[in-house]
Design a protein around this ligand. Structure first.
Ligand SMILES: NC(=O)c1ccc[n+]([C@@H]2O[C@H](COP(=O)([O-])OP(=O)(O)OC[C@H]3O[C@@H](n4cnc5c(N)ncnc54)[C@H](O)[C@@H]3O)[C@@H](O)[C@H]2O)c1
Length: 442
C-alpha cells in the first residue's frame, strides 16, 4: 500500500510515521519548505515522546519520505490523507476549512487511478460532501465512487501520548460510502484489526459528527469538575475525593475529572466552538456546549484571581513565578494554553512574571512579552511572592520543597493542577493553595 499524508503537523506526522511502521509506504507532504527540509535531514519539528526514534527508523527503512511537492506525492497512491489545520475562523467560531479545501483541490489536480481521499482533519458535518463537489469541479472527468472516494476518518490521538494513541486506539471511526473505500481503510489499519480494535464503519456525516461530539463531551467533563471544584472550595469539601468517588462509578469513569485551570490546546476550544456553530446552522442549538465554552473562558480569569487573592489581594510590583506553559505536559504545543491568559491577567494586575517550561518556552515567547525566562524550576524563584503551577510536567511533581522555601520571598505555592498532597505542604510549612481543596496555611 502507498499513501500520501497532506499536512505534516502533530496529526499528519504522527499518523504518517505510524502507518509506515505498519508497513505502508508513506510520503508526508507539507507546504512549509523548512519543515520538510528539517524532517528530511532527521530533525523533528515538534516535541512528541517517541516520535524521533520512530521517524528515524522508518525513514531509514525507506518507507517514510517527505516532500513539498503535493502533485507528485499524491499521484499513484492508494489513499491520500488530509491532515491540515482547521482553526477557528476569525470572529465567528466556525471551523476555517480553507486549508482543507485548498488541499482537496490541489489533490484533485494530480489524481491518477482510483484513490481514496481520507479526511483526518477535524471537519464539520458536510465537509466530505463539499470536498467531493470541489474535486468534481476541479476535475470534471472524475466520478465519485469510480475514480475517487471521499472518506471521513477522524483522529482521536492526544498530544503527549500520540504514538501510543495511534497504535492502540480505543476505536477507529470510518465514514465511507463504498465497499472499495472501506476495504482500503481496512488494509491500511490491518495491524489494528488483527488486534481487535473496535472499528465503527458508518456514513461520512456521522463520522464527522462523532469526532466533535467526543471532544465536546470531554470538554464538558472537565468543565463540570471545575465547577464542582468551585463549590468544594465554598463548602469546604475536597474535589479530589469527590472526583474519585464519582469516577469509581463505571457509568462515569475517572478520566477527565481533574479540576484545574480549564481546557485549552489546539482542539477542544476550537472544536467546541465549531460544534456550537454547526448546531446553530442546523437549527439545533447545543446549549450545554455553549455553556461549557463560556464557563471555560471565565475559568482563566478565575485562576488569575485565585493567585491575586492568595497574594493578599494585590500583586502590583510583586514577582510571580510560573511553572508550566504548554496546555498539557509532554508537548511543546502552546496553542490556546490557559497559561497565556493567566500570565496576561497577572501582568495586567501589575505583577512581574518569571517562567519556566521544559519544552514550551520557545513557542511561548511568541505569545507573551516581558517575561523573565528561567532554565529550571528553581531558577525563576528568587524573591518570588508566589509559585504558580499551571502545567503538570512530571519534573514538577517532586520539587525540592525546602529549596523552594529558601528561595522565595514568602513560601506560597498556588497549584492549579493539584499535584501535591496537602499533608506534605503542611509538613514543609509552605502555604499551599490548590483547586477545590482546603487551603494549607503556613
Ligand atoms: N493536534 C491534535 O492533538 C489533534 C488531534 C486530533 C485531531 N486533530 C485535528 O487534526 C488537524 C491537524 O491538526 P494539527 O494539530 O496536526 O495541525 P498543525 O497545524 O500542527 O499541522 C497542519 C499542517 O498542515 C500543513 N498544511 C496546510 N495546508 C497545506 C497544504 N495545502 N498542503 C500541504 N500542507 C499543508 C501546515 O503547514 C501544517 O504543517 C486539525 O483539524 C485538528 O483539529 C488534531
Amino acid at each position: 500500500m502507498r499513501i500520501a499524508m497532506v499536512g505534516t503537523g502533530y496529526v499528519g506526522l504522527v499518523s504518517g510515521v505510524c502507518f509506515s511502521e505498519f508497513g505502508v509506504d508513506v510520503i508526508c507532504v507539507d507546504k512549509i519548505r523548512e519543515k520538510i527540509e528539517a524532517l528530511s535531514s532527521g530533525e523533528i519539528p515538534i516535541y512528541e515522546p517517541g516520535l524521533e526514534e520512530l521517524v528515524r527508523a522508518n525513514a531509514g527503512s525507506g518507507r517514510l519520505t517527505f516532500s513539498n511537492d503535493l502533485g507528485s506525492a499524491v499521484s499513484d497512491t492508494d489513499a491520500v490523507f488530509i491532515a491540515v489545520g482547521t482553526p477557528s475562523r476569525r470572529g465567528d467560531g466556525h471551523a476555517d476549512l480553507s486549508y482543507v479545501y485548498a488541499a482537496a483541490e490541489e489533490i484533485a489536480g494530480s489524481l491518477v487511478g482510483r484513490t481514496v481521499i481520507v479526511t483526518k482533519s477535524t471537519v464539520p458535518v458536510g465537509t466530505g460532501d463539499e470536498i467531493e463537489r470541489r474535486i468534481v469541479k476541479t476535475r470534471p472527468d472524475l466520478k465519485p465512487g469510480r475514480d475517487f472516494d471521499v472518506v471521513s476518518n477522524p483522529e482521536f490521538l492526544r498530544e503527549g501520548s500520540a504514538i501510543e494513541d495511534f497504535m492502540r486506539p480505543d476505536r477507529i471511526v470510518v465514514g465511507a460510502h463504498s465497499d472499495y473505500a472501506r476495504d482500503v481503510l481496512r488494509k491500511l489499519y490491518r495491524p489494528l484489526f488483527l488486534r481487535d480494535t473496535p472499528v465503527l464503519f458508518t456514513d461520512r456525516c456521522t463520522a464527522e459528527l462523532t469526532k466533535y461530539a467526543s471532544n465536546a463531551f470531554l470538554a464538558t467533563k472537565i468543565t463540570f469538575i471545575n465547577e464542582i471544584a468551585n463549590l468544594c472550595e465554598a463548602v469546604g469539601a475536597d474535589v479530589q475525593d469527590v472526583a474519585r468517588g464519582m469516577g469509581l462509578d463505571g457509568r462515569i469513569g475517572s478520566k477527565f475529572l481533574h479540576a484545574g485551570p480549564g481546557f485549552g490546546g489546539s482542539c477542544f476550544p476550537k472544536d467546541a466552538a465549531a460544534l456550537a456553530r454547526t448546531g446553530e446552522d442546523f437549527g439545533s442549538p447545543l446549549q450545554i456546549v455553549n455553556t461549557v465554552m463560556a464557563v471555560n473562558t471565565g475559568r482563566r480569569a478565575q485562576m488569575a484571581d485565585k493567585v491575586i487573592a492568595a497574594c493578599g489581594g494585590q500583586i502590583r510590583g510583586k514577582k510571580i513565578a510560573i511553572l508550566g506553559l504548554t496546555f498539557k505536559p509532554n508537548t511543546d504545543d502552546i496553542r490556546d494554553a490557559p497559561s497565556l491568559d493567566i500570565i496576561s491577567a497577572l501582568q495586567a494586575a501589575g505583577a512581574r512574571i518569571s517562567a519556566y517550561d521544559p519544552v514550551g518556552m520557545v513557542a511561548a515567547k511568541g505569545h507573551v512579552a516581558d517575561v523573565s525566562w528561567g532554565n529550571s524550576a528553581y531558577d525563576i524563584l528568587g524573591g518570588a511572592a508566589a509559585l504558580v503551577i499551571i502545567t503538570e510536567w512530571n519534573e514538577f511533581r517532586a520539587l525540592d520543597l525546602a529549596r523552594i522555601k529558601s528561595l522565595m520571598a514568602a513560601p506560597l505555592i498556588v497549584d492549579l493542577r493539584n499535584i501535591y498532597r496537602l499533608a506534605e505542604m503542611r509538613e514543609e510549612g509552605i502555604r499551599y493553595v490548590s483547586v477545590g481543596r482546603p487551603e494549607i496555611e503556613q
